[in-house]
Design a protein around this ligand. Sequence first.
Ligand SMILES: Nc1nc2c(ncn2[C@@H]2O[C@H](COP(=O)(O)OP(=O)(O)O)[C@@H](O)[C@H]2O)c(=O)[nH]1
Ligand SMILES: [Mg+2]
Length: 711
Amino acid sequence: MKVYQTNEIKNIALVGGTKSGKTTLAEAMLFEGGVINRRGSVDDKNSVSDYREIELEREASVFSTVMYSEYAGKKINIIDTPGFDDFIGEVVASLKVADTAVMVINAQNGVEVGTEISWRNITKLEKPTVLMINQLDHEKANFEESLRQLRQQFGNKVIPAQYPTNAGLGFDTIVDVLEMKMYKFPKDGGKPEVTDIPEEEKAKAEELQNEIIEAAAESDESLMETFFENGSLTPEELSKGIKLGIATRTMFPVFCASAKHNQGTTTFLEFIANSLPAPNEVKKEKTDEGKELEMNPDNPAMAFIFKTAIEPHLGEISFFKVYDGTLTEAIDLVNSSSDTKERLSQLYAVAGKNRSKLEKVVPGDIAATIKLKESRTNTTLTTAKNQSAKVAPIKFPEPKIRLAVKAKNTADEEKLAGVLKEMNNIDPTLFFEQSKELKQVILSGQGELHLNVAKWMIENISKVEIEFLTPKIPYRETITKNAKATYRHKKQSGGAGQFGEVFIMIEPHYEGKPNQTDYPVRGQDIHELEWGGKLVFNNCIVGGSIDARFMPAILKGVMEKMEEGPLTGSYARDIVVNVYDGKMHPVDSNEVSFKLAGRHAFREAFKNAGPKILEPIYDVEVMVPEEKMGDVMTDLQGRRAIIMGMDSEGNFQKIKAKVPLAEMNKFSTTLSSLTSGRGMYGMKYAEYQQVPADVQDKLLKAYEAEQEEEE
Ligand SMILES: Nc1nc2c(ncn2[C@@H]2O[C@H](COP(=O)(O)OP(=O)(O)O)[C@@H](O)[C@H]2O)c(=O)[nH]1
Ligand SMILES: [Mg+2]
């Protein structure tokens, strides 16, 4: 395929609610660009974008799909994204490399849950945005109402560039107030018949044109001056203002289409080709150190991988955007995270399953390659001298739900681990952890749908039958007061005996705690525990009652009990152990004896030291439509949440709370049903805290029962 230069490239991501018509619009754009010669559809399971098995089964997008079209001398890279919030990872990665977001709205429904969510994602990433009101052919289509809702929710920078004159069944005509023309589309779409605006539409068209001219003028001071002087802008000035306005997010123009009937596609493609900012006309991307990437074809190359996929018969395929320099086939690059050398064997422009070879890739373009050794999503490949220079990475959201996963057939366990690792490579929002502590494999992700889709893929693509189980909670144990204990290990059996006796005093540890004064500390080991918190081990022995060489054995015995806490077998943390006295036997004392003595003494002391179970607490942020605030608060209180604050954000309330992980089960389902899907939340580990007494009792009883069962 022809090599397009930076100023001949436009990168868009299609975002918006589910079933608004993103995939259908992409199909029409590919068709009009001649990339495909037959228009498929989601309903007939033959669209370019929704081609994966799971997408055919669900008749909806699950993964983002990278495609391109060629129109009016431009290459338009199109990334179609899934609408469900569970697949937000795909959306944020796509928005990272898109220069403009195209938010698609279903004219039957106006602003939907998915529209609100997309808007929030776009806003967070400060992406230039244009809106497409689609499905104007539907009998329930209502352009005016959709526009009203968009403006009410997202403000007056939402401004029509087009409007339909006959929305509903039989829709075929759009008035364009940028060109001041009327477009009448053939029944099955394509290029419109272009006419002057008829008399009866003139007043409305002129009013809207004034509005958009004024908005365009506001994007730039010199345009504003010209506008005040002349009372208007020339078509060239308008076009410049619109591009600037979009790039700087001072305007969000609205377009019209029926993607299903391919009406409005060619005129939209025309607009994209001529008026959307090119990759070097938007805010410059930066390195992780804040240096701007110049998009200069002669600079050393900086290519950023934003998507990794696995294709049948092809293996791993990596999608990247070039932010600097020029890539050619067979070029050698370095992965700036791992220093690994990677050779780009092939360069492709990709449209779903279709691939077309590229001889080089210039700054701003999006392309794909295969057979990289180990470079995956969120890494930079570079030829720069500074091999650690990285494009600022995508910030993927933290997981929100977790489940334990188990192969139905134990023989499949190893295979499952491999499959999960591969799935994490292609979906950085899907995590798994083989927890030694919980003796479970914990899978976590963005929602129930996300994990269920993962299950479908594991079972149907990788052919491993699995089941989901309730995940265990990583509790911890600690003490709340000082306690002493002594233990004598003595064994006489035939020949050599065993003897070791220790006296210990244990105390709660906290940062900055001074050493106790009853027994002067002569030697101190501070252990940062793998599972968090500390163990401080003090040698306070006077007069050689225990040889220093036995200290490591005592510590070992203590550590064994720290790893399997005396209360519930959970890890213990934040404890000071002072060994202040003991006895040795000249012949029978050995390491084993002191290890056992240390272990038993520690267990004894622990029981008398006000032992407590700790649980992980998460910072949870919930966005709730105002009118549902009460219901959600009640639910949170039932989850032992401590409310830390509330803020209003538009029609939403943002609740900040601290909630025990043990209480977060099914929160996503509950929130969704309480708010009809509009509520959103995120969570992040905060700290460990003591569980309330009644919860501790319950956990102790459950552990006892479990132990009995095992015996
Ligand atoms: N009537 C009508 N239906 C449409 C239009 N665009 C898409 N659809 C239908 O809406 C459904 C969802 O379309 P799809 O492209 O998968 O939406 P996506 O979830 O946003 O990608 C499918 O049944 C499409 O045929 C349109 O312009 N008019
Ligand atoms: Mg779709």
